[in-house]
Design a protein around this ligand. Structure first.
Ligand SMILES: *Cc1c(COP(=O)(O)O)cnc(C)c1O
Length: 422
C-alpha cells in the first residue's frame, strides 16, 4: 500500500520531500481506527471534525445502502427527490428561523464559495457596487479562491495573493479585544463597499480552536444589519453539536443571513455541503430576467445518497443518547481543564461543547507546522492517539460516542506531553 501511495498519491497540506510516510488505515469502528499492522488509534479529532457518531456507523451505512439501491443519483437541475425535500424540512426545523432556502454543494469550501458569490451577486443584481468582503484575522474558510481570500492564515494563501477578491480583516473579539474588533468593523461597514462579513461563529477551528463570546458576535452582527452588510456564519466546523448546541449560532440572540454547513452533516460518510439563505437574499435573484439567477451548480448537487446519509445523521444527533454523550464529553473536558490549567507549562485551556484546546507555554511564536508541533504530533501517534496540534496548541474534538476510558487515555497522554515534550 505504502509503495503505491508513494508512487502515485499527492496528499493534502503535505510537503512530500520532508513528510513522514502516511499511516495505512484498514478499518475503523466507533472512536477507533486500525492500521495495516494492527496498531490501534483513538481518533481524538474525529478525522478532521467530520465524525460525531463513530466510524463505520451501521445506522448511517444502512440508510446509504437503501438509498443506493433506490435512487443513487439524479441531476438536480430540473429535477428533485424525496431525500432532498425531507432533509430540507428536517433542517429547517433546526436552523435559525430566518433561514428559508438551501443550496447544496459538495464540501465546506464550496459552501463558503456559494455564500460569497451570492453576497456579491445580490448587490450586482441591484446595480449596487459592493464588491468586498469582511473576515476575521486568522479565520479559515476553505481552499477554493473566494474561500481562500476570506481565510486569514497567510501561508495557506500567499502564492495567490494577486488573484483574490478584496477582503478586509478585523480582530477576533476574544476577551479584551471586543472593542478593537467592533471599532474596526464599524469603520469598514460605513464605507458602503462591503457585501458581507464572514466568520466562524464562537470557535475558529483551524486557527487552533480560538474562542470568543456570543455577546461579542451579536454586537458585530447587529452593526452589519444596521449597514446592509450580509452576515455569513461559517458553521462548517461548529455545526451539528460540536459546541454543545446544534449550531454555534444557537447561542446568539441575532441571526446570520447565511450559514455554511458541511463536515458532520453526513456523519463523516459522504462529502456534502449546504449553504442556507434568508428569503431576502433568495428574492434578490428572483426575477423575469434569467441573468439574475445564481448561475452556480455542481454535478453532484443534492446527491440523494448524501441526503440519505445526512437524514440518518440528523436522526442520530437528535437521540437523547447522543445529546447525553455531548454533555458527558463536555463535563469530562471541564474536569480535565480544572485538573491541568494550573500546570506551570499550561498557558491556557478553553472548552466549548466537545471541543477542548490547550496551549503549551513556549518562548516566542510557534509555526503552524513547526518543529515543536511535529514533536507533539509524533508523540501522540506513537501513543496511538490521532491529534494534530496547531503550533503549540493541542486540541481534542472526539466523536461524541467516545468511551470514558478512551477519553481518560487522551487526557493522560496530553498531560504526559505537557510534562515531557520540549
Ligand atoms: C474545514 C472548513 C472549511 C472547508 O471545508 P472543506 O470541506 O475542507 O472544503 C471551511 N470552513 C471551516 C470553518 C472549516 O472548518
Amino acid at each position: 500500500m505504502l509503495e503505491i501511495d508513494n508512487q502515485y498519491l499527492w496528499h493534502p497540506y503535505t510537503q512530500h520531500k520532508t513528510a513522514a510516510t502516511p499511516i495505512a488505515i484498514t478499518h475503523g469502528e466507533g472512536a477507533l481506527l486500525w492500521d495495516e499492522n494492527g496498531k490501534q488509534y483513538i481518533d481524538a479529532i474525529a478525522s478532521w471534525w467530520v465524525n460525531p457518531f463513530g466510524h463505520s456507523n451501521i445506522y448511517i451505512a444502512d440508510a446509504i445502502y437503501k438509498q443506493l439501491t433506490t435512487l443513487e443519483h439524479v441531476l438536480f437541475g430540473g429535477f428533485t427527490h424525496q431525500p432532498a425535500t425531507t432533509l430540507a424540512q428536517r433542517l429547517m426545523a433546526l436552523l435559525p428561523s430566518n433561514q428559508k432556502k438551501l443550496f447544496f454543494s459538495d464540501n465546506g469550501s464550496t459552501a463558503v464559495e456559494i455564500a460569497i458569490k451570492a453576497s456579491l451577486q445580490y448587490f450586482y443584481n441591484q446595480g449596487v457596487k459592493r464588491t468586498k468582503i469582511i473576515a476575521f484575522e486568522n479565520g479559515f474558510h476553505g481552499d477554493t479562491f473566494a474561500a481562500m481570500a476570506a481565510s486569514g492564515i497567510s501561508f495557506f494563501t500567499e502564492a495567490f495573493r494577486g488573484s483574490l477578491i478584496e477582503v478586509a480583516r478585523i480582530p477576533v473579539p476574544t476577551k479584551g479585544n471586543e472593542q478593537a474588533s467592533l471599532d474596526a468593523l464599524k469603520q469598514l461597514v460605513t464605507t458602503g463597499e462591503y457585501a458581507a462579513f464572514i466568520f466562524e461563529p464562537l470557535v475558529q477551528g483551524a486557527a487552533g480552536m480560538v474562542m470568543y463570546e456570543p455577546e461579542a458576535l451579536d454586537t458585530l452582527i447587529t452593526i452589519c444589519n444596521d449597514n446592509q452588510v450580509f452576515t455569513i456564519a461559517d458553521e462548517v466546523m461548529t455545526g451539528f453539536g460540536k459546541t454543545g448546541k446544534t449550531f454555534a449560532c444557537d447561542y446568539l440572540t441575532t441571526q446570520p443571513d447565511m450559514m455554511c454547513l458541511s463536515k458532520a452533516l453526513t456523519g463523516g460518510t459522504i462529502p456534502m455541503a449546504i449553504t442556507t439563505f434568508t428569503q431576502q437574499i433568495f428574492d434578490g435573484f428572483y426575477d423575469d430576467d434569467v441573468n439574475k439567477a445564481l448561475f452556480h451548480g455542481h454535478t453532484f448537487t443534492a446527491n440523494p445518497t448524501g441526503c440519505a446519509a445526512a437524514l440518518a445523521s440528523l436522526e442520530l444527533l437528535n437521540t437523547s443518547e447522543m445529546q447525553t454523550n455531548i454533555v458527558r464529553v463536555n463535563s469530562r473536558h471541564l474536569a480535565f481543564k480544572s485538573a491541568i490549567e494550573k500546570h506551570p507549562r499550561v498557558k491556557t485551556v478553553r472548552v466549548l461543547g466537545v471541543i477542548l484546546a490547550l496551549e503549551i507555554t513556549r518562548e516566542g511564536n510557534e509555526d503552524y507546522y513547526g518543529n515543536f508541533r511535529n514533536k507533539l504530533y509524533d508523540f501522540f501517534i506513537g501513543k496511538g492517539i490521532i491529534i494534530r496540534p496547531v503550533g503549540n496548541i493541542v486540541y481534542i474534538l472526539p466523536p461524541y460516542i467516545i468511551s470514558d476510558e478512551h477519553l481518560t487515555a487522551i487526557y493522560e497522554n496530553v498531560t504526559e506531553a505537557v510534562e515531557t515534550i520540549y
